[in-house]
Write a protein of this length. Structure first.
Length: 364
């Protein structure tokens, strides 16, 4: 991570970065930080982002070769493509091996040129970033990455003493920037309730900071009051990931919830509906001259914090009224289909998550 911080600070960038590992909070954080440092926010011409396993190598290489237009750099980001995690080759029988060897000399194709070769030739004006949960470190393509680029691995933080100390350091840094303190007892209780998943940790920490606004210190009593149990925490994280169009994270949290015995898909669907209904109410009332506290009350948000209001207003601003209405209607439609036996409840929630977390604009 130090190398990433240094590159962002100095503005001296490698032509190839790979952010990998199961800890998606830091992968997302550094992807956004690199993007903000490399290219202007409004430069849509020189920025391309691919997502999913459908992306082809040639698409990436073609756009990465393109000279930037009226800018210094072209940025290409590839998310969860699986291209750096090629399947291991199955062991072949002796007959298969001899047949393959006999063909190797004559069947060498000119189009064998791929990413592993291209990594050595990325233009100086291009920065290519792969954001991948899984990679195959023994593959040819990953070895090329290690040779020509920079690899940053982010692994889940274990819920052991050394892992908890790491999380405490991250929390302390956030609290320092917000000019808020937390007692040791409060931190222990906080970690007991959130675990060491950083997305959950920072989501709940923001709630606590808003709760003690003006007080300056978080105590055990503060932690015990506003934090719901872990199941509700995960639902909040999931719906927030949907709002941020982070489909992979939203589905990951959903599947984690399904492993909890008493958590039913229909209840998760109801929580998603509530989130979008709150955003709709906040968006609508924000232009009618009401105070933030009154708007939160009308939207059934259990807080009167100006911090929470501004955060939800910002999220609501990412949607049109039509998109929010569509989200609510979709939840109700799938709920009706599930109750009438036309669709399984698990699939109903999946379809809502996929639709509302898609990076593509809704066609309304």
């Amino acid at each position: 991570m130090e190398r990433l911080k240094q590159d962002i600070k100095t503005g001296q960038f490698n032509r190839l970065y790979v952010l990998c590992g199961e800890e998606d909070y830091f992968r997302t954080y550094y992807k956004k930080s690199l993007k903000n440092a490399i290219i202007a926010e409004d430069d849509g011409i020189n920025f391309t982002e691919f997502s999913g396993k459908g992306v082809r190598e040639n698409e990436i290489m073609d756009i990465a070769r393109t000279i930037p237009f009226l800018g210094d750099r072209r940025l290409v980001i590839v998310n969860d493509s699986g291209l750096l995690n090629p399947a291991s080759k199955k062991k072949k029988s002796s007959d298969d091996e001899s047949e393959e060897e006999s063909l190797q000399e004559t069947s060498k194709k000119k189009d064998d040129y791929g990413l592993a070769d291209f990594f050595a030739e990325i233009p100086e004006t291009t920065v290519l970033i792969f954001n991948e949960e899984k990679v195959n470190r023994t593959s040819k393509v990953f070895k090329a990455v290690a040779k020509y680029g920079y690899v940053a691995s982010f692994n889940p933080i274990p819920e052991k003493e050394d892992g908890i100390r790491r999380v405490q350091g991250y929390v302390a840094g956030k609290l320092k920037r917000e000019n808020v303190n937390m007692t040791n007892g409060a931190f222990r209780l906080f970690i007991d309730r959130t675990g060491t998943d950083l997305r959950t940790v920072f989501t709940e920490l923001e709630k606590l900071i808003s709760y003690v606004y003006g007080k300056g210190v978080i105590t055990e009593e503060d932690v015990a009051k506003p934090l719901p149990d872990r199941i509700e925490n995960k639902i909040f994280v999931m719906t927030e990931a949907m709002t941020n169009r982070d489909q992979r994270s939203a589905l990951k949290v959903y599947y984690d919830l399904l492993r909890i015995k008493d958590e039913k898909p229909v209840m998760i669907l109801a929580a998603i509906y509530k989130q979008y209904h709150q955003l709709y109410v906040i968006k609508k009332l924000s232009v009618e001259g009401m105070s933030g506290a009154d708007i939160l009350k009308a939207a059934d948000v259990r807080s009167d914090s100006d911090y929470i209001y501004k955060k939800l207003l910002r999220i609501a601003g990412q949607y049109t009224y039509a998109e929010l209405e569509h989200a609510m209607k979709m939840c109700l439609d799938y709920d009706k289909q599930f109750r009438s036996g036309k669709i399984k409840d698990v699939i109903a929630v999946e379809l809502v998550i996929v639709a509302m977390s898609s990076r593509e604009k809704l066609n309304l």
